[in-house]
Ligand binder design. Structure first.
Ligand code: FMN
Length: 164
């Protein structure tokens, strides 16, 4: 078996974008965490998945509530990613956000946002995979924040002939 530390080290060679998954807890307080384990699942119907560690403070809210948002971070949001990658109760203080019509916190200035409704949960090892339908999807402008080998990165080049 591969040890958790070795597995984490090897996985860090897979470059990802960075998202903040947000919801509200049973007291109605905004909660959320930094997530790179995000993936599109289906185009029709529009579905995505996120994987959440059972040890995270945000997990009970994501387990018990069926609404969450996925906020894709832009290159200026490294501080937001660091903030939401810690366990603390005041994560949203000083981070501009508003509640969507579905009651989930949306971070202002995100590169894109998906508003999601959980349709199934799959416990696998120490994480739960949340599969969700996307009710609303919108994108802003800018370049993405990336994560590779334990460090935040930015795009170094401009794509040629790529469609948006
Ligand atoms: C770049 C990055 C990606 C992360 N991706 C995930 C992830 O996909 N799933 C997860 O459960 N935790 C992920 N984490 C760790 C959580 O953000 C971290 O454990 C956080 O403290 C959880 O906050 P909470 O305990 O307040 O919920 C990631 C952290 C970083 C820095």
């Amino acid at each position: 078996m591969v040890s958790p530390d070795e597995f984490r080290r090897v996985l860090s060679h897979f470059a990802t974008g960075v998202t903040i998954v947000t919801t509200r807890d049973t007291d109605g307080r905004p909660t959320g965490l930094t997530v790179s384990a995000f993936c599109s699942v289906s185009l029709d119907p529009p579905q995505v998945l996120v994987c959440v560690d059972h040890k995270s403070q945000s997990y009970p809210a994501l387990r018990d509530r069926d609404r969450f948002a996925v906020n894709f971070l832009g290159e200026r949001h490294e501080d937001v990613s660091r903030r939401f990658a810690t366990t603390r109760l005041d994560k949203f203080d000083g981070v501009p956000h508003k509640l969507s019509s579905h009651g989930v916190p949306l971070l202002e200035g995100a590169l894109a946002q998906l508003e999601c409704r959980t349709v199934s949960r799959h416990v696998e090892g120490d994480h739960t995979i949340l599969v969700a339908l996307v009710d609303e999807a919108r994108n802003g402008a800018g370049e993405p924040l990336l994560y590779f080998r334990g460090k935040y990165r930015r795009l170094a080049d401009t794509p040629s002939g790529a469609s948006s």
